[in-house]
Design a binder for this molecule. Structure first.
Ligand SMILES: CC(=O)SCCNC(=O)CCNC(=O)[C@H](O)C(C)(C)COP(=O)(O)OP(=O)(O)OC[C@H]1O[C@@H](n2cnc3c(N)ncnc32)[C@H](O)[C@@H]1OP(=O)(O)O
Ligand SMILES: N[C@@H](CCO)C(=O)O
Length: 388
């Protein structure tokens, strides 16, 4: 018999809090940030990590950009606050495609995030409360503007390369468009130049799942006295999202119509939930424990508004104007950012090198995290293009 999902995290938010173990993270205060959609985000802080040593001439800096629920922990040993290795450990590290014995690698948690950078769960300056519902709308361009200030803080005048997948690919492309003198080359992986109706539709459904949870409390749940947040809504959003990260064929092969066994301690042979249902419940439960719903909404909204052509005369005009060499890569089975999204960049941007690159994967969108063997040479090529 099917069982209900185990109760989710008791805390209102999965955000990193001042006083939690910092792991390898450090923090940079980058000042007040004027926002693309209006207003100013005051006293912005970015959590970041670095690996390797910045060369005396500053020529070996590389920026790695995380996706929606990633953070600054790209690689490195498990440490306090980081129970797992980084999300791109297969590519970044000593002797890796991004060899940290050669390159000085920087990764920051985005503005709007919940792993130490300013976001909805952060204290609102001048008050004793979290930002919550008062957190302003932010865009991919705002996130990149904050990263440029972090680069200033670190004494980096130019990144040899900016590398990113999915939402990280949007920042990679935005860097190429907005900071032509500060980027040698960009890797834009499993991403798009502007969000499509399909992406906005799926993402808006995820936002609706969160904000319609009574635990959302209009966005002001972070310091709820009962410690309850919109766990159910966030879990539902993750289920919807995770389905878009994988493929129908893969799910069929892995789970089919099988039941999950071993759920009833009194009768381990009794069929439980569908195995795929159990799998999605597991991913939902894990995200609820590690991520803040307010950040999920803010970042998903930033993906909805994403269009490299904003303020640049339209998407195609902006792509045509990019001067930074770009390597543009799609995953063949990606149903969230289909190959056509990458092809659009390739066709409109003369700065793309080598035409459309396609990674083969059965894993769909998550191929950008999983297909390290195929991505490694593309990373190497991007670094070669950007090196001086
Ligand atoms: C750049 C960034 O986005 S950083 C954030 C990246 N990390 C995440 O997004 C976390 C969410 N996970 C994912 O997106 C993917 O799991 C990836 C890309 C990280 C890894 O993909 P895969 O290696 O194919 O892992 P898969 O999707 O099979 O998930 C494995 C988990 O599902 C669990 N699982 C598998 N089958 C079932 C099942 N029937 N019932 C319950 N759980 C199941 C496994 O036990 C494993 O659990 P664990 O992660 O707690 O050890
Ligand atoms: N698994 C990734 C996919 C989004 O691109 C994430 O959670 O950020």
């Amino acid at each position: 018999m099917a069982r209900a999902l185990a109760p989710a995290a008791p805390a209102a938010t999965g955000a990193w809090r001042e006083g939690d173990p910092a792991g390898h993270r450090r923090f940079a205060d980058v000042g007040d940030l004027p926002l693309q959609l209006g207003g100013v985000l005051p006293q912005v802080r970015l959590a970041y990590e670095t690996w390797g040593t910045l060369a005396a001439d500053g020529s070996n800096a590389v920026l790695v950009e995380h996706a929606l629920t990633g953070d600054s922990h790209v690689t490195g040993d498990a440490g306090p606050g980081h129970p797992t290795a980084g999300w791109w450990s297969a590519l970044v590290g000593p002797g890796g495609a991004v060899d940290t014995d050669r390159w000085f690698v920087v990764a920051a948690n985005v503005v709007g995030g919940c792993q130490g950078s300013t976001g909805p769960s952060s204290p609102r300056p001048g008050t004793s409360r979290p930002w919550g519902s008062a957190f302003p709308r932010i865009t991919v361009a705002d996130q990149v503007a904050a990263e440029a200030r972090l680069a200033d803080t670190l004494g980096i005048t130019r990144f040899a390369a900016v590398l990113g997948g999915s939402m990280g690919g949007m920042r990679s492309l935005e860097w190429a468009a907005a900071q032509p003198d500060r980027v040698g080359a960009a890797l834009v992986l499993a991403s798009a130049a502007a969000s499509s109706a399909d992406q906005i539709g799926g993402q808006s459904a995820q936002i609706t799942a969160i904000v319609s949870d009574p635990g959302w409390r209009g966005g002001d749940y972070h310091d709820a006295p009962d410690g309850q947040g919109p766990h159910t809504g966030l879990g539902l959003a993750r289920r919807l999202a995770h389905l878009s990260y994988r493929t129908a064929a893969e799910l069929d092969v892995r789970f089919g119509r099988d039941a999950q066994f071993g759920e009833d301690p009194l009768d381990p042979a009794a069929p439980g939930r569908y195995a795929v249902q159990s799998y999605l419940d597991h991913h939902a439960d894990k995200l609820v424990r590690r991520f803040d719903a307010g950040s999920y909404v803010a970042l998903t909204d930033a993906m909805n508004t994403w269009d490299v052509g904003l303020g640049r005369g339209g998407t195609e005009a902006a792509l045509a104007a990019v001067r930074t060499p770009m390597v543009v890569v799609a995953v063949d089975s990606d149903r969230l950012y289909p190959v056509a999204d990458s092809r659009r960049i390739v066709e409109a941007a003369p700065a793309v090198v080598g035409g459309l690159r396609v990674v083969t994967s059965t894993s769909g969108h998550d191929g950008f995290l999983l297909e390290a063997d195929q991505i490694a040479p593309l990373v190497t090529e991007t670094l070669r293009l950007g090196a001086r």
